[in-house]
Design a protein around this ligand. Sequence first.
Ligand SMILES: CC(C)(COP(=O)(O)OP(=O)(O)OC[C@H]1O[C@@H](n2cnc3c(N)ncnc32)[C@H](O)[C@@H]1OP(=O)(O)O)[C@@H](O)C(=O)NCCC(=O)NCCS
Length: 147
Amino acid sequence: MKIKRILGNKKQFLDLLLLADEQEDMIDKYLERGDVFALYDGDLKSICVVTKEDEGIYELKNIATYKKYQGQGYGKALMNYIFDYYSGKCKTMFVGTGDSPLTIPFYNHCGFKISHRVKNFFTDNYDHPIFENGIQLIDMVYLRRDF
Ligand SMILES: CC(C)(COP(=O)(O)OP(=O)(O)OC[C@H]1O[C@@H](n2cnc3c(N)ncnc32)[C@H](O)[C@@H]1OP(=O)(O)O)[C@@H](O)C(=O)NCCC(=O)NCCS
């Protein structure tokens, strides 16, 4: 398994990024200023994007594993890699997600705790309703991990 920081042509990972954030112009808001990490095990398995929001404050904006490789430890391996990568400079890492039983348990599993909510984030910022597991996402739920 190998994890690489990607410096150029970040859009090459759009198909994976869209699994976690289905509207391309929302991805465009953070992709260029974000640090992109790609996990390869033979071929590409997972991707994540981390932005610096303030001194010591980082945000995991996107993390995704190709569907057929999910549940095999790649997401967690990538998460552990970025925790090491930012150790020393990161005091708090945030992650925002829909109020969904598909993602919140994964973040809890990786040491994140519920922080706060941004009301109506999905309905205010996306140009179409977003559904996960048949449930419409309305608020953004932020989780945090303190270092
Ligand atoms: C969320 C996601 C990135 C997790 O990646 P992954 O490679 O499948 O994760 P892992 O296999 O490393 O799982 C890590 C641990 O979390 C657990 N986990 C993963 N998804 C989970 C879920 N939905 N509910 C509960 N636990 C979960 C796994 O069981 C595993 O536990 P273990 O370490 O005890 O074995 C992946 O499911 C994905 O790409 N989903 C679609 C995109 C997405 O929704 N991204 C997040 C948007 S905010």
